[in-house]
Write a protein that binds this ligand. Structure first.
Ligand code: PLP
Length: 434
């Protein structure tokens, strides 16, 4: 019996039909590529992504946007590898960036600057200058202090910076406290009560041009309701702002749509947008330009991380399965106690199942990838950590002087190396001995 695989992942177990091995069991494939073969050829830890899964996730948004004036701006912090960005740029996406580094990456991957929006509470002067120079589409501004600095910089170079204010709609996204950003007392966005005054302030700045409004209420949201509440609260604000004679051209509803990590059932993007457009139309805003900033829902289930079992370590209280991937490769369990499904690439049918914690080699108790997992594995087996396309490689670090993993992008039968495995000398390239 093969494990359940997440929705939209392009993963499937294939039993080789004319295998030479008499007892060859099922083997996990991503699109048309064997993951066992990839692990053998490129070693582990190894991230493998499916192009088809990314495009299928995007297609759910574009289906929801059919006939509308709308743009998907991929929130690239979820996975900022150049080839991943290239897939979305070629598909016509814009990008939601949060740093000057991300701006440079997006441009390198072929992004259209006019489709780039710049989010984040702490943009530096250097980043603002860089983004104005590139001609990005919009700055999503989060405070009056930031408006002042952006205004000053734009005036200094004779430009008017396009701005949207990120508003805090103060809805309860019923999600994890670490990643819920639409609530009062959160560092993100301008408080609901202060928004109209902030727009009047922005409209009076000669270096700024008000173009939109935005919100982003959280992440891994699996219900439609918080989006509808936030939309209502945001459209109330648009009405109030426009009574002051300030026109809002685009409405940006942020990202945050969840994925299937452990049987989660978030709405499909087209269903979410059908519900949102019903509200937007009913309130008379159906002709406005609409933006969304999905990250996780475009890439999360398009990727896996392959890792080799190094040692099995049975214990009195717990059994440990020690693997060669760690919290520096897959930080979400250590950071958010997040769950990633972990499956054997070639499930063993002839050995018993043991309940184990899957842990990495890093010297931290927090270095675990999965707890109390039932696995039938031996040293040398390859495991796949699923739903690892988002907030994994982009959050990877060199802790313990571990080299960051290689990355492969699978397209049907073809496996493209999109990032070489880092070498130790790459890590100290910019260091100096005394
Ligand atoms: C992180 C982030 C997103 C993307 O969130 P996902 O949960 O990955 O969809 C979108 N907009 C902003 C402002 C963000 O900070």
């Amino acid at each position: 019996m093969s494990p359940r695989l997440p929705q939209g992942s392009q993963l499937h177990y294939l039993t080789p039909r004319d295998s030479e091995l008499p007892q060859a069991g099922p083997e996990l494939h991503l699109e048309g590529v064997s993951l066992q073969a990839l692990a053998q050829a490129h070693h582990t830890p190894l991230f493998v992504y499916s192009k088809a899964a990314m495009l299928e996730a995007l297609a759910a948004y574009t289906a929801g946007f059919a006939g509308r004036n709308a743009l998907v701006c991929y929130a690239m912090k979820a996975n900022s590898s150049l080839a991943v960005l290239q897939v979305f740029a070629q598909a016509g996406c814009g990008f939601d960036i949060v740093s000057g580094g991300e701006l440079a990456r997006a441009l390198k991957a072929g992004a259209d600057p006019e489709k780039i929006i710049f989010s984040g509470v702490g943009k530096t002067r250097a980043e603002m200058t860089q983004a104005l120079g590139a001609g990005i589409g919009c700055f999503n501004v989060e405070s009056l202090a930031e408006l002042d600095v952006l205004n000053e910089i734009a005036l200094g170079i004779g430009q008017r910076a396009p701005v949207s204010l990120r508003v805090n709609p103060d809805v309860d996204a019923k999600t994890h406290p670490y990643i819920s950003t639409g609530l009062k007392g959160n560092k993100f966005g301008i408080g609901h009560a202060d928004v109209v005054a902030a727009y009047e302030y922005a409209a009076a700045c000669k270096g700024l041009r008000v173009v939109g409004i935005d919100c982003h209420i959280g992440s891994q949201i699996v219900d439609t309701a918080p989006y509808l509440d936030a939309a209502d609260r945001m459209l109330d604000l648009v009405e109030a702002i426009e009574t002051k004679g300030i026109s809002i051209q685009h409405l940006d509803f942020g990202g945050g749509l969840g994925i299937d990590y452990a049987g989660d059932t978030p709405p499909k993007a087209n269903a979410l947008w059908a519900a949102l457009f019903e509200k937007i139309d009913a309130r008379g805003f159906g002709e406005r330009k609409i933006l969304t900033e999905p990250g996780r829902s475009l890439v999360g289930n398009a990727g896996v991380c392959l890792t080799e079992v190094l040692y099995l370590k049975p214990g009195e209280q717990k059994n440990f399965c020690i693997v060669d991937a760690a919290m520096n490769d897959l930080p979400r369990p250590a950071m958010y106690q997040a769950f990633h499904e972990i499956v054997a690439v070639q499930p063993k049918l002839d050995i018993g199942t043991t309940t184990m914690d899957v842990v990495g080699p890093v010297c931290e108790s927090g270095d675990w990838l999965g707890r109390d997992r039932d696995l039938s594995v031996e040293a040398g087996d390859i495991l796949a950590v699923l739903s690892a396309g988002a907030y994994s490689m982009s959050m990877a670090s060199n802790y313990n002087t571990r080299n960051r993993a290689a990355e492969i992008l699978v397209d049907a039968e073809v496996a493209h190396v999109i990032r070489e495995r880092e070498r130790t000398q790459d890590q100290w390239r910019s260091e100096h001995l005394l």
